[in-house]
Design a protein. Structure first.
Lengths: 247, 535
């Protein structure tokens, strides 16, 4: 597997590479001379470029991000030459993912520019940051929403999704003292399905073969079922009757 | 006689770990251990069955990262060093056991013989390419090979970025075609992670089926008439093989077969037991004790008091467990049959390939007995090929929309969105957004810039691997996982910040290409939004 064939590089690229590798008079060498010099620097073994000792010694300090020691506990970003991962990115956005059918996870950031604008407008905005969770019921089209107050330094939140069969969307909002709300960013919409058996558990009650062919698939030989709220809820319904889509 | 069909799927995967900058790298041993204890012994067993005219159909998926590592010249060379070093240890062990620990002598000889056989076959039969062996069995009709995502990304957490999911699928399939020479029919979703709409991307790449978890059909909004005991299909025609968790858990659970007291104890290894002056050359510097593969004790009971391992006895138990497994599947097949409108049930059983031989030493014997049993004249179960099953029965499959799901504990995404690892996605999502931005700003570049951008695309894909969040969640090698992940993201950021200045760091590029040597034909334009508008 030859990934880097320096013979295929342009004259300019070879010159650049030779300069980087500290080849003297790189500017006056011909293409063939440059190739010879670089081949001396890189040992090509089994098609993979290895570094010879000279290069190892001279370059290991400069390109530490390709030489980071992953087997130690040393943090990569502490090494010179590697950009640390930022805690937050310079943008205003919110992202939303499903953990399961009853929990979602949102993370967000507010850019310095947005913060500055809000401060300029009314500094009380940044004292009241909240998430507005909107859920639209797939069957009734009814939309409800609730707010989760977060601290201004919070950047992520686990969100309980109280109802199945809904489309959820999370907005990152601020509110000033005059109760004016600004939605800074909105997540994608995610659907939490309403499983058929959740709504029709009574069919299972009357039909052990059906129950077996459906739910036995997630029951262990010890008779325990895979622990999910939805299954628990179906089991509860079978035992105690309906609970109106909530669980 | 009414029959119960079994779609038996093995998933072979290793995260991409390749560190040429170190002479020996501890985590690269994971690959070498799997070759020694699972892949080569599995291949030997499957070929033996073929030579004995035992008919079988198995499905195996080799993840693209594993394929790359198995094909990589540096890792091949390192594997040879690893196996030779362990043969040296084996010879020392045979002498030592004969003198000091006679109860372990037979196993020391067994391990040595197996290592010597591995070395011989690796060089002389497979010419260092063990995938050839699996391909041969595929061509002879015994195996069906599945493609998988480029770097084992867990798709549900990337549903906001279909372009990245598409890149994972497309590059995974291209890697498969490069190695095996044909287009795959089946696709393994990493961790069986499914989200609604994923089938559109798979259909775009001509994938005709994929396995999923039980929850995918059980929690569908449509009533699934056949439970997980028949395939179903999505409305765009891709077939889904839902896994039967219950039958799988007879093997893969805390109380599963592998926990039987007669079986070999995985965690007692001479790498940890013997004095450092003896074992020193076979572990990692400086005196980091590791598994050597030489294990002489049986599980026996919980706690440190163990009995010596009796291989003959354990293999008999494995055979009995295989028969018990056949019995359980057949029994359950009979129990669910009345609900299948006269159709034969099909059980999809998915396992990690490394379970067999590596984690569960007797697992290969168990699998061999299972395969022999399903081939017997009075067999009540039959291993079938998912592709053949589709060809014969497609019209009977129910159409439904599966539910978001995975095969993890709980059935969804909690493991990958845990408090310990959910910080990852802020960075991987941003890296995806930025590679899309780079592909848009610098389309169709040539030469050095193209290579620079291609490397950026590799690093984004490598950062998406779900192995890193899993290790962090599990708190096993979590610092290593964090470092791998951060290193890939930092590498990506080198390209991003340089390209924003319209510069190319050539020396970094050469070294980075040499280290993260994966997907040699990658084209960063795969992240061009124009190529992905209908997803």
């Amino acid at each position: 597997m030859i990934l880097v064939d320096i013979a295929n590089l342009s004259f300019q690229e070879l010159k650049y590479l030779a300069k980087q590798e500290g080849v003297e008079d790189y500017d006056s060498l011909t293409k063939d001379d440059l190739l010879d010099e670089l081949n001396d620097i890189f040992d090509i073994v089994d098609g993979t470029i290895q570094l010879n000792n000279r290069l190892k010694n001279t370059s290991s300090q400069r390109y530490v991000n390709s030489l980071s020691d992953c087997s130690t506990t040393k943090e990569v970003q502490d090494l010179p030459g590697v950009e640390a991962l930022t805690q937050l990115y310079m943008e205003t956005s919110i992202h939303f993912m499903l953990s399961d059918l009853s929990w979602g996870f949102a993370y967000w950031s507010i850019s310095p520019l947005t913060k500055a604008k809000l401060l300029e407008e009314d500094e009380s905005y940044l004292q009241n940051v909240f998430l507005r969770v909107t859920s639209t019921n797939n069957e009734t089209n009814e939309t409800t929403c609730y707010d989760i107050k977060v601290k201004k330094d919070d950047t992520c939140w686990s969100i309980n999704l109280a109802e199945l069969g809904c489309i959820y969307q999370v907005s990152l909002c601020v509110q000033n003292d005059a109760r004016i709300i600004i939605a800074l960013s909105q997540s994608i919409a995610l659907t939490v399905p309403l499983p058929y058996w959740f709504k029709h558990s009574q069919e299972l009650e009357r039909n052990p073969v059906l129950f077996n062919s459906s739910f036995s698939s997630i029951i262990t030989k010890q008779g325990e079922y895979k622990d999910t709220l939805v299954v628990k809820s179906v089991m509860n319904k079978l035992a105690h009757g309906d609970n109106n889509g909530k669980y | 006689m009414a029959n119960t069909n079994v779609n038996f799927v093995l998933h072979a995967h290793m995260p991409f770990i390749r560190h040429p900058e170190h002479e020996r790298f501890l985590e690269e041993d994971w690959l070498f251990e799997s070759i020694n204890e699972s892949y080569l012994p599995l291949l030997r067993m499957l070929k033996k069955l073929r030579d004995n005219n035992i008919n079988y159909k198995l499905s195996i998926c080799f993840s693209p990262t594993l394929i790359t590592m198995l094909m990589d010249p540096l890792l091949r060379k390192r594997y040879l060093s690893h196996v030779k070093l362990h043969i040296e240890l084996g010879k020392k062990e045979v002498k030592r056991c004969a003198k000091e620990q006679p109860e372990a002598l037979e196993m020391a000889k067994t391990y040595l013989k197996s290592l010597e056989l591995n070395l011989y076959e690796y060089i002389n039969i497979y010419d260092k390419n063990i995938l050839k062996g699996f391909q041969e069995l595929k061509e002879q009709g015994y195996l069906e090979l599945l493609a998988s995502a480029a770097t084992n990304a867990f798709f549900p957490v990337y549903s906001e970025y279909p372009i990245a999911v598409n890149a994972q699928v497309e590059i995974g399939i291209k890697t498969f075609i490069d190695v095996f020479g044909y287009e795959p029919d089946g696709f393994w979703l990493p961790e069986c992670g499914y989200y609604p709409g994923l089938e559109k991307i798979l259909a775009k790449h001509n994938i005709s089926y994929f396995p999923t978890s039980s929850q995918s059909v059980l929690f569908s909004e449509t009533r699934c008439d056949t439970g997980v005991y028949r395939p179903v299909r999505t409305d765009n025609g891709v077939t889904i093989y839902p896994r039967d968790y219950q039958t799988t858990s007879l093997v893969w659970s805390e109380e599963g077969y592998p926990s039987s007291k007669e079986y070999r104890e995985f965690y007692r290894d001479i790498g940890y037991d013997l004095p450092i002056e003896y074992i020193g050359p076979y572990i990692h510097e400086p005196e980091i004790r590791v598994f050597t593969g030489f294990k002489y004790w049986a599980i026996t009971q919980k706690g440190p008091d163990k009995e010596y391992y009796d291989k003959e006895k354990a293999m008999k138990v494995a055979h009995q467990h295989a028969l018990n497994y056949v019995y359980n599947i057949a029994q359950k097949g009979r129990a669910v049959r009345p609900n299948l409108n006269g159709q034969d049930p099909l059980f999809t059983l998915c396992f990690d390939a490394e379970l067999f031989g590596h984690w569960w030493y007797e697992g290969l014997q168990w699998l061999e007995s299972l395969i022999v049993e399903q081939n017997s004249e009075c067999a009540s179960i039959t291993f079938v090929s998912p592709k053949d099953f589709i060809n014969n029965e497609y019209k009977n499959f129910q159409v439904l929309n599966p539910c978001f799901s995975s095969w993890s504990n709980g059935g969804f995404a909690k493991i990958w969105l845990d408090g310990s690892n959910n910080w990852i996605y802020r960075h991987t999502h941003k890296a995806i957004e930025r590679i899309v931005e780079l592909a848009d700003r610098f389309p169709m570049q040539q030469s050095l810039k193209k290579r620079f951008l291609d490397q950026a695309a590799r690093e984004v894909l490598l950062a998406m691997a779900c192995d890193w969040p899993y290790m962090i969640y599990n708190d096993t090698n979590s610092q290593f996982a964090k470092n791998q992940l951060i290193s890939h993201l930092a590498n990506f950021n080198v390209v991003y910040s340089n390209m924003c200045k319209n510069a190319v760091n050539t020396e970094w590029l050469v070294k980075s290409e040499s280290r993260d040597a994966i997907f040699p034909k990658i084209d960063y334009n795969i992240f061009d939004i124009k190529n992905c508008q209908n997803l």
